[in-house]
Every structure is written in structure tokens, then in C-alpha cells.
Design a protein around this ligand. Sequence first.
Ligand SMILES: [Cu+2]
Length: 203
Amino acid sequence: MARTGTARGRRGWLIASLAAAVAALLGSVLVASAWAGAFGSGTAARWGIGSGPAGLSGGQSRGVPGLPGTVVHVSLVNLGGPMMGQRTMMGGAMRLSADRASVSAGTVSFAVTNFGSVDHELVILPLADNQQVGARPIGPDGKVDEAGSLGEASNTGGQGAGQGIRPGASGWVTLTLAPGHYELVCNLPGHYGAGMYTELTVS
Ligand SMILES: [Cu+2]
């Protein structure tokens, strides 16, 4: 605070605080709109989060090219910022949601956007008739068995498999799906257990 006596110092301090305020505001708007987009405004309100401006609404894919077949938009979100450890976000604080619950059999593309603050992914697994979503056994590594996987979108800014979709980025994958039930999951360690799964019916 020694330099606040001079005009230059005061202006510098003012600019720095303004920039910090804008950054904080932008951050909260992005998080709020990701939640609003993923859960609808009702759920967002229950979590005490207001909805963001229309231009920032969740569900918008970023940098995804035109994709063939029926396109399913998938949103990946988590509560908490990058300062929070993975453990604190377990127990239902992450969500994977799709903009449609059913599609026709054939060519299906998934446009997957990570609105969260940590890496996520989408893996498409078959769901047997006697199987419920969210009920897969979780191994000691925090992951579920990916046997029978039909494909995944885990590539930042690209298609197919990769190292995970980074926060703010999209990935995509195109598959040929037969009629049946599928479970869309994020299988990064701990994420399935934290709630990252949803069902897709193909008819
Ligand atoms: Cu995840």
C-alpha cells in the first residue's frame, strides 16, 4: 500500500481490483449457466444458482463440426472450482446429461461439452435388460468395467478417444447403434460414483 499515495499507484490498484472483480463475475456466470443448462432452471434454483445470460447457456457445443446422423448433445459438469480436490466432489456432485433420452437406431453422433472445472469424458456402454443406470460396480481404481464399450469421446477438440476433454472444450464421436438400452458414463476415477451417468434408449 506504500504507493497508493501517488496517482499512478492508485490507478494501478483500481485497474487490478476491477480486473479481479470482472474475472470473479465471469467465473460465477459460467458455472451458473453450466448448471442451469445441465439441470434446467428449477434444479439450478434449488442449488441456489441463478441462470446466466442466454448467450452462455449450457448445451452449446464448442468447436464441434457438422456431425452425421442423429446428434445427441451431452453436457459434463461438476460443482466446485479447480481448488477443490476430487474427493470433495464425490457423492453426487457431478453430472452427465444428454439433450435427448432416445434416438432411432443407426448413425448417432455425440457432441460432448465439458462445462466443469476438471477433465471429463463420455463412454457409451451397453445396458442389459436387468441392469439399472448408476448401478455398475465400481472397482478399487474408482472406475467401472468398460467391457463391451461401443466407443467414447475423450479427446479435447477432436473425435474419439483421447486423454480426456478439458474444461471448456468439446469432443465428439459417431457410432452405429442397434436398438437397445445404453448407459452414457464418464469413467474417469471417481466420476461414475459421483453421478456421471445417464440412460439412452435406441429404438
Ligand atoms: Cu467426469
